[in-house]
Every structure is written in structure tokens, then in C-alpha cells.
Write a new protein. Structure first.
Length: 332
């Protein structure tokens, strides 16, 4: 592994991993929030091992910031490997109404068993997990219909688990954002840093912005050139990524005394404009070409194009209501 791979794993994240494992018996399903702009990089490789056979639904946040064509490729990929998946956006409301039906479809057999026992009022319990600053609190507040979870556009806001009762008959266990101890690939750490999952103040912000320029000149050259009035990207093939970054700074007039480039100001501007989609709707990675087996979800039929088929494997037992959240009814 390269020595310069970005790493960020503060002590509270190790605590969160243990908290996730300890809390699994309390829930019926795990909801993993991914970033639609970096679906692979925002997926915690340790999560499937932690949750084992617990049913899972992947929700890809900030769909309105991602490239729609790339999102279609990712939807096709998730369908091909049998994963339950919905692209959604709290700000626009995209596919928000699809989340509750998907959860109840995944848990169909379990809910049928409850109904056969006369337990028709039992509320579903779901754990919300994901990387820092991926939009967990915003989703919870949208589903709850009020601000019950503190939501800010920076990582590390949620520091302890909390139960939230929603208006859709589902109790959500909100967990703090968690990464994993080592990023094996440089691109993963850069993608997480570019999208804001890692605190800017622990990074070399100029280095991350140059990495963003490197991505954009290959994945979204027309949008990059249009936003910063660069002309044709082919005109800059001879420039290094850093030289192109400096050219953007000059185009924006980010200069200090002596005509030197104000690299910090340019870096902050580039990252802010990418994160807010002012450069355009951009996805930084495409799905892998080879399929892999997904064995942690039951098969469901999509209610619409937002809900993806899944593998027929998990047959989890009901959560033990003896340890249910205090604000949820205990029917068993």
C-alpha cells in the first residue's frame, strides 16, 4: 500500500464499530447510506462482515448531484448482483416514497409471520449506518417529519446512537458515521476527501483539489472547461494536473502579492463547487465490470426503477423486542 494513501480513523470510530455489532439484535434490517457520486468508495468493506445475514438495503444519497447516466449504470450493476438499492435525494424528494415500501418488501416474510400471530401493529426497526457526512441525519429528519437528528454539512456531527420514531411506521437507530482503519487504494481516500467524508482540516486541501482536477479532466472535461472558461480540454494536454489547477486559479483571479497563485483559496473554491454541483452533476467512479455475489439480502421485485432486485438468502429471526427502543411498542 502506498505510504501516501489518505487515512482517517479517529478513536470514536472504533467505538462505533463495536456499537454496530452490539446493536444488531435490536433491529430487523440494516440501511447503509452510500454517496451516489462515489458508490464504491463510500461502501464500508467491513459492514457485510459485521451484519452477517441481517437483511440490508443500500440507499444512495444526493442523487441530484450525481451524473444520471452513471447512476443508471450503477442501478444496472446492483440489479445484476442482486442488491437492494435505491437512489434518493432528500432535497428534491427523489424516490423518498420508495424507501418504506422497499423495507417492508424485503422483510415481507417476517412481517407476514407477525401478522399471522395477530401482531399487526408491530413497528419495523432499522439501523442507519454509513460514512461520515453522507446524509444519514438528513434522511432521518425527512422520514421523521421533523428535525430529530442534528444535520450539518460536515463529518463527525453524530457521536452516539439514538432511536428516532418516524411517521412511516419504522423506528430508526441512527449510528455515528464510521470509516474503516485502512484505505487500500489511494483513489478511495481521495474520493472520500473530495466529497467531504473526511474533515478538510486534517487534509492537505491543495493536494485534494489537484486530485479533483485530475478526475474532472478525464471524467467531466466539458463541464470543467465550461465552468472555468478553459476552452477545449485538449488545449491543456501538455499541462500537469497541478499546472491546470493553477490555471483555474488564475482564471478566477486567485492571486496574491507578486502574482503568485493563491492555492488555498482555489482549492476551497474547487471543492465547494464540486460538492454543490456547480461544476455539474458528476460521478467519480463507475461500477466494476465483473459481477460479484451478494448473499445478504432477500429477493424482492422492484416497485419501480428505483428499487433493485436482491439475492434470496437472508432469513433473519425477529428482533428481540425485550431490548426494543423505549419509545417503540412491545407487542411480543
Amino acid at each position: 500500500m502506498p505510504s501516501d494513501v489518505i487515512q482517517w480513523f479517529p478513536g470514536h470510530m472504533a467505538k462505533t464499530r463495536r456499537m454496530i455489532a452490539d446493536s444488531l439484535p435490536l433491529v430487523d434490517i440494516v440501511i447503509e447510506i452510500l454517496d451516489a457520486r462515489i458508490p464504491q468508495s463510500s461502501k464500508n468493506p467491513e459492514l457485510d462482515r459485521l451484519i452477517k445475514q441481517k437483511p440490508k438495503l443500500s440507499l444512495l444519497s444526493r442523487a441530484s448531484l450525481a451524473d444520471p447516466a452513471a447512476s443508471r449504470l450503477w442501478r444496472d450493476y446492483y440489479r445484476s448482483v442482486g442488491a437492494n438499492s435505491i437512489f434518493y435525494d432528500c432535497r428534491t424528494g427523489e424516490n423518498m416514497n420508495a424507501i418504506s415500501p422497499a423495507i417492508k418488501t424485503i422483510l415481507g416474510e417476517k412481517l407476514d409471520r407477525y401478522e399471522s400471530r395477530g401482531m399487526t401493529g408491530r413497528r419495523v426497526k432499522a439501523m442507519i449506518v454509513g460514512i461520515p457526512n453522507v446524509g444519514k441525519s438528513s434522511l432521518i429528519n425527512a422520514l421523521a417529519g421533523q428535525n430529530k437528528a442534528k444535520a450539518e454539512n460536515r463529518p463527525g456531527v453524530t457521536r452516539d446512537r439514538q432511536w428516532v420514531t418516524t411517521k412511516i411506521g419504522i423506528d430508526l437507530l441512527d449510528m455515528p458515521g464510521v470509516l474503516w482503519p485502512k484505505f487500500d487504494e489511494r483513489a478511495v481516500g481521495e474520493n472520500l476527501a473530495i466529497t467531504g467524508a473526511i474533515k478538510d482540516d486534517v487534509l492537505d486541501i491543495e493536494e485534494i483539489a489537484v486530485a479533483l482536477v485530475a478526475r474532472l479532466r478525464h471524467t467531466a472535461p466539458e463541464q470543467l472547461c465550461a465552468r472555468y472558461k478553459l476552452g477545449a480540454i485538449a488545449d491543456y494536454n501538455s499541462l500537469s494536473d497541478y499546472e491546470l489547477f493553477c490555471l483555474i486559479a488564475k482564471k478566477r483571479g486567485f492571486l496574491v502579492s507578486g502574482g503568485e497563485v493563491d492555492t488555498e483559496r482555489c482549492a476551497n473554491m474547487l471543492l465547494d463547487e464540486f460538492r454543490s454541483a456547480k461544476i455539474g452533476r458528476i460521478t467519480l467512479e463507475l461500477p466494476p465490470s465483473s459481477e460479484k455475489q451478494v448473499t445478504d439480502c432477500e429477493k424482492i421485485e422492484p416497485a419501480d426503477d428505483a428499487i433493485i432486485e436482491s439475492a434470496d438468502s437472508a432469513k433473519s429471526e425477529p428482533a428481540d423486542d425485550a431490548t426494543a427502543p423505549p419509545d417503540a411498542p412491545v407487542e411480543e
